[in-house]
Design a protein around this ligand. Structure first.
Ligand code: HNI
Length: 147
């Protein structure tokens, strides 16, 4: 079980109260698809992913980016129980979507970059440390049901 300090708890809540989830989700997912193009293989049904511009403006990518961020806010609300919160989602990504779990880390890195850009000078080293820890727990929980 993960232990969170008061600072980490407060910081994670604070980040999610400051960011615009409708912007961060689509931006992070698009960035992942652009920077790590092999991740596009899971989104063949999404239509045109031909180049960065097509990806960023693709309505399916935008909609799904919001879904992913809503998924993340579930973890924020269940900081002491992220593993159980994501058990079903982990099974879905493993057994139905067949997503290679290495990709969770790639999307997490894109999330860090997009959140850093949104928070600007508020994204201090301590804030980043708390956010990276949160993302590491999310990545681990999403990978838990793989075998
Ligand atoms: Ni992911 C569906 C959350 C990483 C590929 N994903 C979902 C759904 C949520 C979600 C929520 C909707 C589930 C449902 O319909 O019940 N995904 C998350 C979260 C992360 C993540 C919180 C990591 C932070 N997913 C990834 C990654 C990939 C990925 C890294 C592939 C590279 N996810 C998918 C695909 C779907 C999906 C594909 C189905 C999309 C669709 O609508 O067809």
């Amino acid at each position: 079980m993960v232990e969170w300090t008061d600072f980490e708890r407060a910081t994670i809540q604070d980040i999610f109260s400051k960011i615009d989830v409708d912007v961060v989700g689509p931006a992070a997912l698009s960035r992942c698809l652009v920077v790590y193009p092999w991740t596009q293989r899971y989104f063949r049904s999404f239509g045109n992913l031909y180049n960065a511009e097509a990806i960023t403006s693709n309505p399916n990518v935008i909609a799904h980016g919001k879904v992913v961020l809503e998924g993340l806010t579930r973890a924020v609300k269940n900081l002491d129980n992220i593993k159980a919160t994501y058990a079903e989602l982990s099974v879905l990504h493993s057994e139905k979507l067949n997503v290679d779990p290495d990709n969770f880390k790639l999307l997490a890195d894109c999330l860090s970059i997009v959140v850093a850009a949104q928070l600007g000078k508020d994204f201090t080293g301590d804030v980043q440390a708390a956010f990276q820890k949160f993302l590491a727990v999310v990545v681990s929980a999403l990978g838990k049901q793989y075998h």
